[in-house]
Design a protein around this ligand. Structure first.
Ligand code: SF4
Length: 345
């Protein structure tokens, strides 16, 4: 973790009762909370077949600790909370946690990112919350291809979640990673689901985190050309708000297609997002390796007001964009890079 000495010279007079605004004037209103590092798939682009070393239960924030942090962040103006993993539903008690966030903590916009393997059984409860939306990761609807990509034969469970979410009227976005192995048939068949069903299908092309400014734009352009070849009537939709995805419609399609911008760094000037890892480390940007060890503060009996002050202090030293963050953190071939699952929606 990058040491941030400024973070520890906490100005205790700034507690948890006013908006969280960074040193570039960006209000922080969106918290992404990863509640587990575990996943029940083994997507080849994300982890090796044998999986990766998982962190122990004690190293992860407990639900109590997570709730304490959520309450703090809500007090500082956070409006949207996204629960992610790994796969959040592999953590026991995830649905009860979501219910508490909505019912007790009154999180305004609560959303989940999942691979859908375990989600279908919770859809009724998610609808009842109500959940504001589900982002589902799905790269193909061909069973054999799904097995190849994820090394698991679980397509039918994921499709149960997809169709179940639609049946329950839950707002659904499907995120689909495009790699060198992705076939036109994978893309076409996913796209045709959108013809029948009203959801947003967004493609993201796997790319190296090279830090080269133009690489992402070139990849997005190539992906757009590929979509245009497969769906000749593709029309770009003008979006009013800032979005990390460009959306397209096809006449006669119920839903929309999209491209998640390969470089989320295009949107840095309006970035309202912070992240907390399962180990309780605060990340001020996707490209940093952590700016504050929240777990240590929580477990050392630090009071809420002081934790809030340290969070504020950290966010007063935020880099202007992902490039600057990446440069300062020295991401290179040997260092940790953001996983595909943590990008975009
Ligand atoms: S790269 Fe960092 S600053 Fe830019 S939008 Fe992503 S998280 Fe925000």
């Amino acid at each position: 973790m990058r040491s941030n000495t400024a973070a520890f010279s906490a100005a205790s007079h700034h507690g948890s009762d006013s908006a969280l605004i960074d040193n570039h004037g960006r209000p922080i209103t969106y918290l992404r909370l990863a509640i587990t590092d575990r996943c029940n798939l083994r997507c080849s682009y994300c982890m090796p077949e044998q999986g990766v070393a998982t962190i122990s239960h004690d190293e992860m924030l407990s639900y109590e600790e997570l709730e304490r942090l959520v309450r703090l962040f809500l007090g500082m103006g956070v409006k949207k909370v996204r629960i992610t993993g790994g796969e959040p539903f592999v953590r026991r008690g995830c649905i009860d946690f979501l219910e508490r966030l909505k019912q007790e903590f009154r999180v305004k916009e609560l959303v989940v990112t999942t691979n859908g393997v375990e989600t279908s059984r919770y859809l009724k409860r998610l609808k009842a919350l109500p959940i504001s939306g589900i982002n589902l990761s799905l790269d193909t609807i061909d069973r054999q291809r799904f097995k190849e990509i994820t090394r698991r034969d679980r397509l039918s469970q994921v499709l149960d979640t997809l169709y179940g979410a639609l049946d329950h009227g839950i707002s659904l976005k499907v995120n689909s990673v495009v790699t060198e192995q992705t076939t036109d048939d994978d893309i076409r068949r996913l796209g045709l689901l959108v013809k029948e069903h009203d959801f947003s299908l967004r493609f993201i092309e796997k790319m190296p985190f090279s830090g080269v400014h133009d690489a992402a734009a070139a990849i997005d352009y190539r992906l757009q050309q590929r979509l245009e070849a497969l769906f000749p009537d593709l029309q770009e939709r003008k979006l009013e708000e800032v979005s990390t995805a460009r959306l397209f419609t096809v006449p006669g399609f119920a839903g929309s297609l999209g491209i998640i911008e390969g470089s989320s760094r295009k949107f840095c000037s309006a970035c309202n997002k912070i992240r907390i890892t399962p180990q309780g480390v605060l990340k001020a940007c996707l490209y940093d390796s952590g700016v504050l060890d929240l777990k240590r503060l929580l477990r050392n009996g630090v009071a809420d007001g002081d934790i809030a002050a340290q969070i504020r202090s950290c966010l007063k030293h935020r880099f202007a964009d992902g490039h600057a963050t990446q440069a300062a953190n020295g991401f290179g071939a040997q260092t940790e890079q953001p996983s595909m699952a943590s990008i975009g929606g």
